[in-house]
Design a protein around this ligand. Sequence first.
Ligand code: TMP
Length: 212
Amino acid sequence: MRKGLFLTIEGCDGSGKTTACTSVIERLTQEGYDVMYSREPGGSDIAEQIRKVILDVKNTAMDVRTEALLYAASRRQHLIEKIIPAINQGKIVICDRFIDSSLAYQGYGREIGIEDVLKINQFSIEGYFPDLTIYYDIDPQSGLNRIASRKNLDRLDVESLNFHNRVHQGYQIVCQMFPDRIKVIDASKSKQEVSEQTYQLIKEKINSYESR
Ligand code: TMP
């Protein structure tokens, strides 16, 4: 049995997941919980080096399977170096994106196939699925409008609306594949509501974990 908890947050670009999570982490930390926040791709030195290659807007020649393998490689390194050690210390690990991003973006968005991308990721994570995943559901166009003013858009942000629509559909399929693990929040609601719902879901998980 895991000593700590492994939570992940997921959503299309511009879903507001990172903002919601930041305020919840502050709240949990004030309550005395030992929380570690991390994000993918990246989160450790080697994984961040892989992130640069994946997201560089100049890498237009990147093959879709190369992209999927690089995400899986970055995930593996981050999991081994950062996530597992923190969970073994009893921390609550909150990771911004994990395996479901690859299933939705590479599996469905890039049309490789969710099952094939799941297979390479099973090799990468060796059964280390999150205890809880929160998916922030937003209409892709609204998400893209939210990030339009950002200065540093990456190689995936600048993809077509069609691609982002497919990613959104991919997420719906992934939610149906893992209904017990993935909980959905309507991310079109106000920041306060989204953050409150995030807090409630995480607290429920912590409470059920503490009463094991
Ligand atoms: P971020 O904008 O949340 O930092 O994520 C970077 C981009 O990488 C985002 O567009 C989603 C994408 N991504 C994938 O396509 N597959 C993955 O497995 C992960 C973790 C992210």
